[in-house]
Design a protein around this ligand. Structure first.
Ligand code: FE2
Length: 263
């Protein structure tokens, strides 16, 4: 699934010819294949090279997926207002439906430590929605006639509603549950999700953070099963602060769900 090279790639553009990973997942609820792109943790304007982001988005547009899911932390505390507007404008200009789920950094909750936020949560929401991007927060939506996307607020938000408080999902649809942080896979699996998509960990990014992360979650990248739910944790497309990785490369994920039994 995710590429396994452990070289340094954030921000240096050296893998600009090969930015995607691919997964083919099989599920009995699907009558026909669906291909979509999941991209999280760009941290635009922080550690990632903007040219690399633009190249990735050109690749995605050329690929022509049915839809794109933005899995949170697209921006970061260091992202300026101009950069925030720019990254969503780039997604909005694609002729592809785009869905967005909040991460723990997008609204710059820790910006007081670096001189203050560049934009307010309201300005962020208006910018995203103004680009025609559908924000998913404690709700679900059909992304295709047989595919449902469901998402909650990020776990870092105080007072996040309980998973059981979310509106009931249709039983005959394929359920993709997006949760920026991959901490509650047991609960999500028990809710009837077919696929959980998460990011947040950047595959650990720097040694030995990988080890620390493993204390909190089963997996910090790639995929695994919880019951019958496939959990897919992306290594993300950017990183924290420093343009440097020792743990896995930056990726966007091209995911194809196919008819057939889960395996
Ligand atoms: Fe995050």
């Amino acid at each position: 699934m995710c590429r396994s090279r452990g070289d340094l790639s954030v921000g240096n553009g050296e893998h600009a010819d090969d930015l995607s990973s691919g997964a083919r997942l099989h599920f009995p609820k699907i009558d026909q294949p669906h291909t979509f792109v999941f991209i999280s943790d760009i941290h635009y304007g922080s550690s990632q090279d903007p040219a690399l982001v633009r190249k990735a988005l050109e690749e995605v547009e050329e690929l022509g997926p049915e839809f794109i899911v933005l899995g949170g932390d697209i921006t970061y505390e260091f992202t300026t207002m101009e950069e925030m507007l720019e990254i969503y404008r780039m997604f909005g200009e694609m002729d592809i439906p785009v869905y967005y789920v909040y991460g723990n950094h997008d609204r710059q909750p820790n910006a007081d430590m670096i001189g203050g936020a560049s934009y307010s949560p309201q300005e962020l929401e208006q910018a995203i929605a103004g680009c025609g991007i559908r924000i998913l927060k404690d709700e679900w939506v059909y992304a295709a006639p047989d595919v449902v996307l469901v998402a909650r607020e990020d776990i870092s938000v105080e007072g996040r509603i309980e998973l059981t408080a979310l509106p009931e999902r249709p039983e005959d649809a394929y359920i993709i549950w997006i949760d920026h942080s991959p901490y509650q896979d047991d609960e999500i699996a028990s809710s009837g999700a077919d696929l959980q998509l998460s990011g947040h960990s950047h595959a650990g990014q720097l040694f030995p953070l990988r080890t620390v992360y493993r204390l909190g979650v089963r997996c910090i990248w790639e995929d695994y099963l919880v019951g019958t739910t496939r959990v897919y944790v992306s290594s993300g497309f950017g990183g924290w602060y420093i343009p440097f990785r020792t743990e896995k490369t930056c990726n966007y994920e091209v995911i194809t769900i196919m008819p057939g039994q889960q395996k």
